[in-house]
Write a protein that binds this ligand. Structure first.
Ligand code: FRU
Length: 450
């Protein structure tokens, strides 16, 4: 194992910067077998500052290789959050060779450095003609001037029906706006959207409902995970749902989805910054969530956005344990023999007479209370209705995080913690009566840095 990635509190299958600070995921795109993950990075400090786009590349979104930083501050500002796209039709005219140009669209955060004193926040682009290895800023930046406040975080998508680029941009307060462009260089304002109690880092994407290609809906998303499900006609997003959220954890922010995942794959994959967390004496600070696949599904409450860990987690499976039809509590704790610090746990539990079922992981509880219907972990809770008195749980455990997914990802809790590494025991329990484990799978995982 590489020494650098095996420190005591280094997440083993969650992305961290080799060194120093990281926040929002940026510029997520896929091109020719490679997933790109850019990230808000301070190249010279353990805390936030000097915003630069760090860059990592992966073939499976589990094993990452951090390469040179992609975009550095300049006289227009430090480099705040944004997105990335493959310009398949060379609408920018930036293509010089055989490879399609990759484009990053970011905020030039004027006034956040000495060099950019007096400049406002504007939107800029940079391009690469070598599969993302080197980046050149567009000489006529910015491509979108200052509108209001600290407007920022452009998320750009290709809208097929109108054959235009669409940008979702955070304006100010709880306001966002949509713009369109033929070439990523000239932008026209289309419409505005308000997301109550929400600011920063928009995302906008379309998904089939229940996998039906003839019934698609759009999602408009803000940094804290609040989102609407509705329609988008190329100009106006119309919400058809209440303001919704899926993740209720303590550390979940600025999620973004990958652009340009091939249609043959068809997935919409999201990664978020696990904001906060403690990493004592570590050379890095902050981590990303594990990537999840997003789907829209019909539930008794309406259409909901589900989050589920990507199947590529199988690439780090080491050992599998499997049980069926076990009464809880068992005579002996069935998990007592299992030790380790990296797990993917999957359970289907019939609540039966139990008042509370759960797991204890590093001394921390993941618990479900039958009466309150609350799924809880690390001080946060989400309402989860059992289905036929049953619930399903998936739990990802890494050295400094626990991510819990209830009922196939209808709700999730993404939270950081500081594990007691001398207490690596796992256990499963039921209170006040019996429950039935319909199915329980525990996968011991190996480090993705191996
Ligand atoms: C969200 C955010 C963005 C901004 C970036 C700066 O976490 O505040 O709005 O672009 O971080 O690092």
């Amino acid at each position: 194992m590489r020494e650098l990635y095996n420190e005591r509190y280094r997440p083993q299958f969650h992305f961290t910067a080799k060194q120093n600070w990281l926040n929002d995921p940026n510029g997520l795109m896929y091109y020719k077998g490679e997933y790109h993950l850019f990230f808000q990075h301070n190249p010279s400090g353990i805390n936030w500052g000097n915003m630069t786009w760090g860059h990592a590349i992966s073939k499976d979104m589990v094993h990452w290789n951090q390469i040179e930083n992609a975009i550095y501050p300049d006289k227009l500002g430090t480099i705040f959050s944004g997105s990335g796209v493959v310009d398949w039709n060379n609408t920018t005219g930036f293509q010089t060779g055989y490879e399609k140009p990759l484009i990053c669209i970011y905020t030039s955060a004027g006034g956040t450095s000495d060099e950019s004193k007096g400049q406002p926040f504007t939107q800029s682009i940079a391009y690469s003609n070598d599969k993302g290895r080197t980046w050149t800023k567009y000489e006529k930046n910015p491509v979108l001037g200052h509108i209001i406040g600290s407007n920022r975080d452009p998320k750009v998508i290709w809208h097929e029906p109108t054959e235009k680029w669409i940008m979702a941009l955070y304006l100010d307060g709880n306001d966002y706006a949509l713009f369109s462009s033929p070439n990523l260089k000239e932008w026209t304002r289309l419409s505005d959207i308000n997301l109550p109690n929400t600011s920063e880092c928009p995302d906008i994407f379309e998904l089939p409902v229940d996998g039906d290609p003839n019934n698609k809906k759009w999602v408009f998303w803000g940094a804290n995970g609040n989102h609407y499900i509705g329609t988008f006609d190329g100009k106006i997003f119309k919400a058809e749902s209440d303001l919704l959220r899926t993740d209720f954890g303590a550390n979940f922010y600025a999620a973004q989805t990958w652009s340009d995942i091939p249609k043959s794959d068809g997935r919409r994959i999201q990664i978020a910054w696990m904001n906060g967390g403690k990493y004592p004496d570590m050379p890095f600070n902050q981590q990303m969530t594990f990537p999840v696949e997003l789907t829209l599904r019909t539930t008794p409450y309406g259409i909901r956005l589900f989050r589920k860990p990507i199947k590529e987690i199988e690439n780090i499976y080491q050992k599998e344990y499997f049980w069926q039809d076990q009464i809880l509590p068992p005579k002996n704790d069935i998990l007592s023999g299992i030790k380790g610090d990296l797990f993917n746990i999957y359970a289907e539990i019939e609540l039966y007479k139990s008042s509370e079922v759960g797991f204890v992981i590093y001394g921390e509880k993941v618990q479900y209370n039958k009466e309150s219907k609350q799924l809880s972990c690390l001080g946060r809770s989400a309402l989860l209705e059992p289905i036929d008195n049953k619930i399903s749980l998936q739990i990802l455990v890494d050295r400094t995080s626990i991510e819990v997914f209830g009922n196939d990802g209808l709700v999730s809790l993404s939270s950081c913690f500081l594990p007691d590494l001398d207490n690596e025991n796992l256990s499963i329990y039921s209170l006040d009566g019996e429950a039935n484990i319909i199915l329980l799978k525990v996968y011991e995982l190996k480090s993705a840095w191996l």
